[in-house]
Design a protein around this ligand. Structure first.
Ligand code: GUN
Length: 315
């Protein structure tokens, strides 16, 4: 039996429809939420990500401000940029694309973003509010995973959830969100003993390790839900052949392009899992959707406006 596919593109589209309604009602109150994206230097991957974020703003009718200081920017210069954005009334959300050039003190920069505009959810105040289960701007990727689980009616209360990976951006906030949804949460990492054994106890596995196809079918209890946060560009032919042995269309794509996108989850997990997110088209689309959602939320929170009622879960 093959697993149910949790379609991130379809969920993203539903979220955009809901956000469009919220944005229209804010517009009638004279508010147009605005996102400032700061990209330092010319890293091609960062360019691609930030351009996608700006494009999403334009699609939804949010204001966007693209700030692109040169790779030689100092910590003090970037602090000045962030402080100006903190003070601007037309900017509701600030994101500083990571990674930053080596000479810049990233912690100092992230700490300088005023928490009310921290749409990445990286500021210690927002992290602390998440820990305490108080209203907060939450990191976009784990927030997106929660949207997938909730809107796909995957039961979380009392479920055993295993998060593989302990990063500040995904693993840690993911574990807290699942805990607040009343799951029994285990966090695993590179030093964990018997990772497959721990993962096999899970009703929900969230893989956020950044290692192509690491979660193999022996990690997965039949019927479990498997969420794949990884997005790794595989350029090695042998590795591509190992991962996609049973997926000729992926191998063909590799031959055509010289690379293929893989997740942290081995594609053959589809034969064991009950439900899973594909790569691409699973968690990825939700990350930008939650950035848009956080920008609208920040615009509302800064003005003391109330949130609309939560959308019902759909199958
Ligand atoms: N670099 C990789 N992922 C992210 C993200 O979610 N936010 C920011 N600001 N930079 C990133």
């Amino acid at each position: 039996m093959s697993a149910r596919i949790l379609n991130g593109n379809a969920i993203r589209d539903r979220i955009y429809v809901e956000l469009a309604g919220e944005i229209a009602s804010l517009a009638s109150a004279g508010v147009r939420p605005g996102l400032a994206a700061v990209r330092v230097g010319d890293d091609p991957a960062s360019k691609l990500y930030v351009n996608s974020k700006i494009a999403a703003c334009e699609k939804l009718g949010l204001a966007s401000f693209h700030i692109t200081p040169p790779a030689s920017t100092t910590t003090d210069e970037l602090l000045t940029i962030v402080n100006e954005l903190n003070d601007r009334d037309d900017v509701d959300g600030i994101l500083v694309q990571m990674p930053l050039p080596k000479q810049i003190d990233s912690k100092k920069i992230l700490d300088a973003v005023v928490p009310a505009k921290d749409v990445d959810g990286f500021h210690p105040v927002n992290v602390g509010n998440l820990v305490a289960n108080r209203p907060a701007l939450v990191a976009c990727t784990p927030a997106g995973v929660m949207e997938i689980l909730r809107r796909s009616n995957i039961p979380m209360e009392g479920a055993n959830a295993v998060v593989i990976g302990r990063s500040d951006i995904v693993g840690k906030p993911m574990a807290l969100l699942l805990l607040h949804a009343n799951a029994t949460v285990t966090i695993c990492h590179s030093k964990s003993k018997d990772l497959p054994g721990i993962a096999r106890r899970a009703d929900i596995i969230v893989a956020a390790i950044g290692k192509a196809a690491m979660v193999t079918p022996d990690f997965v209890r039949p019927g479990a839900t498997v969420i794949d946060v990884g997005q790794i560009v595989v350029k090695d032919a042998k590795q591509a052949e190992r991962i996609f042995a049973k997926f000729p269309e992926k191998l063909q794509a590799f031959r055509n392009k010289g690379s293929v996108l893989a997740g942290d989850v081995h594609p053959e997990v589809v034969e064991v899992a009950g439900a899973y997110t594909p790569v691409p088209g699973g968690v990825g689309p939700l990350t930008i959707a939650m950035l848009m959602s956080n920008t609208v939320k920040a615009a509302r929170m800064r003005r003391g406006l109330r949130a609309p009622a939560a959308a019902p879960a759909r199958g």
